[in-house]
Write a protein that binds this ligand. Structure first.
Ligand code: FUB
Length: 333
């Protein structure tokens, strides 16, 4: 009897332990960027301080649509713990836009840090698009520090027409800044910027996508072993890529490397850090207190084949938490 009692007590004591969720390892998905903070559209960069910096969209509480108002910034030395630097920039700092603080990008150039961002005004009428007044353009904000404070570098958008959203700035090895964006009719364009990134310095180029041009937002361009990669979410969902020997194409379609997870958008960036290639993206997750899934930034290790192909990437819980393959972090003084 005594044995039975102690067995029952033992079992009862064990139950809460069994029911408790496994602790999330540092750096696992979604990234631990702050309690209750909803992040999306991550733009990852490595700056001269040796840290990885993340600039993200900031979804509102239990967001139903995309009326976002500011952008957030985070940094990490080891991809295990993240420092939140709060709001990098906000639409209320703009005289020319008051809404649609969508997917940002960032750049370091000539000792300054730049936030390249889409913002807009007006209302989108989803039932009758002919009644929409929504407009979006691309702005540039500048700071002496990666975390800001940023200030509007132009006092207006880079241009008003054509419509522009989701900027991705790629600075080539020769220093040329190429700005890719999602433009009118969901096509992708690229334009060269001037040296201080505050004006266009060439024509808008509607790129040759090699005969296959699925539409949508969120381009990201990088270069690896002399090959340019144009990556984007097909139909805003499946992460796919093209390659070219030129930053302006023509592009050769290479396929999908991260398929959709349900009918929700995705938006990503790709960067090399401490010897590993990393994919940052957002997941839509059940979020306590919200009636629908909300966006949270996550990350995975990205691998390449010998032919330069991007290997298919699974969404994992562990994400980039296993740092055993990474080189030692660069010393930061
Ligand atoms: O976050 C707002 C919009 O949703 C982005 O600009 C798109 O890329 C999609 O992620």
């Amino acid at each position: 009897m005594k044995n039975l009692c102690s067995m029952l007590i033992g079992a009862c004591c064990a139950l809460p332990l069994l029911a408790a969720p496994a602790p999330q390892p540092p750096g696992a998905n979604p990234l631990q960027l702050g309690t209750g903070v909803r992040t999306a559209d991550p733009s990852a960069h490595v700056w001269p301080d040796g840290q990885l910096w993340l600039y993200t969209s900031h979804d509102q509480e239990c967001q139903q649509d995309f009326h976002m108002k500011d952008w957030l910034v985070f940094s990490s030395k080891d991809l295990q713990s993240w420092t939140s630097h709060g709001v990098a920039f906000a639409v209320d700092q703009l005289s020319w836009a008051d809404d649609y603080a969508w997917a940002p990008d960032a750049a370091y150039r000539n000792g300054k840090y730049y936030l390249i961002f889409p913002a807009g005004t007006g209302v989108k009428n989803r039932q009758d698009p002919s009644k929409s007044t929504k407009w979006m353009g691309i702005g540039v904000a500048v700071s002496d520090k990666p975390q800001g404070p940023f200030k509007d570098a132009i006092g207006g958008p880079l241009w008003r027409t054509p419509y522009a959203n989701d900027p991705a700035l790629f600075i080539d090895d020769d220093g040329t800044p190429w700005l890719y964006f999602h433009g009118k009719d969901f096509d992708y364009y690229v334009v060269k910027l001037n040296d201080d990134l505050t004006a266009v310095a060439g024509d808008f180029i509607k790129m040759d996508m090699g005969g296959f041009a699925p539409k949508m937002e969120g381009p990201w361009v990088f270069k690896r072993n002399g090959l340019y990669y144009f990556t984007m979410p097909e139909q805003n969902r499946d992460l796919a890529y093209y390659t070219s020997t030129s930053p302006t194409g023509p592009w050769h379609y290479r396929g999908i490397f991260m398929p959709r997870d349900g009918e929700q958008n995705n938006h990503h960036s790709i960067v090399q850090y401490q010897g590993q290639w990393l994919l940052f993206y957002h997941q839509w997750l059940e979020t306590p207190g919200c009636p629908r899934k909300q966006r949270h930034v996550a990350a995975e290790v990205l691998k390449f084949g010998a032919d330069g192909s991007i290997r298919p990437v699974q969404r994992t819980l562990a994400g980039i938490s296993d740092r055993s393959m990474a080189q030692q972090p660069a010393r930061v003084d």
